[in-house]
Design a protein around this ligand. Sequence first.
Ligand code: ADP
Length: 270
Amino acid sequence: MKFFGLDVDIDDGANLSKALHDAQEQLAQASRLAAVAELSASIAHELNQPLQAIVAHGRACVRWLAATPPRIDEARYSAEQLLRDANAAADVVSRIRALFRHMLPQKVELDINKLILQVCTLMADDIQRNAVSLETILGEDVPKIGADAVQIQQVIVNLVRNAIEALAASEERPRLLVIRSHRDADNVVIDVEDHGTGQVDFEKIFEPFFTTKETGMGMGLAICRSIIEAHAGRIWAVRNVSRGVTFTFSLPIERSKGHFATGAEPTTSY
Ligand code: ADP
């Protein structure tokens, strides 16, 4: 049977559930891609008109100034039109920013170790299916921090998913994935270490739309970085001495406390 373009042996229950899972992933990926493509096209469309007008008025302004004698009044008019269109372009950018404002962190009192364990449970299927052996080393001294639980969960899921994909692409055995947490002075630090391919372009990986995967979108790490930076934290990656890559992010303990979206102390525990 063909199922969303995948060949499935209908008698084989395990195969069917894997095919279902793969099809769901493909559908989710396709709809994410479609949403990004649509958004990019509409931003490009909205910005293109004022940008073209800015270039036209700029050229006219230069021509009027180059005339002998220079036509100052006409040049001033062109410069004024140019400013008007530049403001229109800035308005488009402000509106897009307003659209994403709901992405501001909604901070709660967050137990990061608990969150890591929840992500591991959430991804248990993926981990098992790819024969990854997972180790968690969670610091007992890690305090609760003020952070957006959903956003930080998304960061950890993205990093773990990338690690699983890097491990799946590697011939090395065992496929080791280690998640660590510890306290470092005023920060909580989380490492996601894989012993995968380690073929990473460290200059580019956090840039939007950079991907080396056939069906990748290249937004995962860019989103991770914007989430962590919105929490006044840092995220980076290093190549491991043996093999693979470690992605690390740190979140401030003191500064994140009391900076809750509502302006109040946290009342929700996660
Ligand atoms: P995507 O997963 O859609 O490609 P990401 O932004 O999550 O987008 O990742 C960008 C790129 O960074 C990947 O395509 C891959 O080349 C590289 N990368 C990310 N994580 C790892 C990892 N753990 N090991 C090796 N390369 C990685």
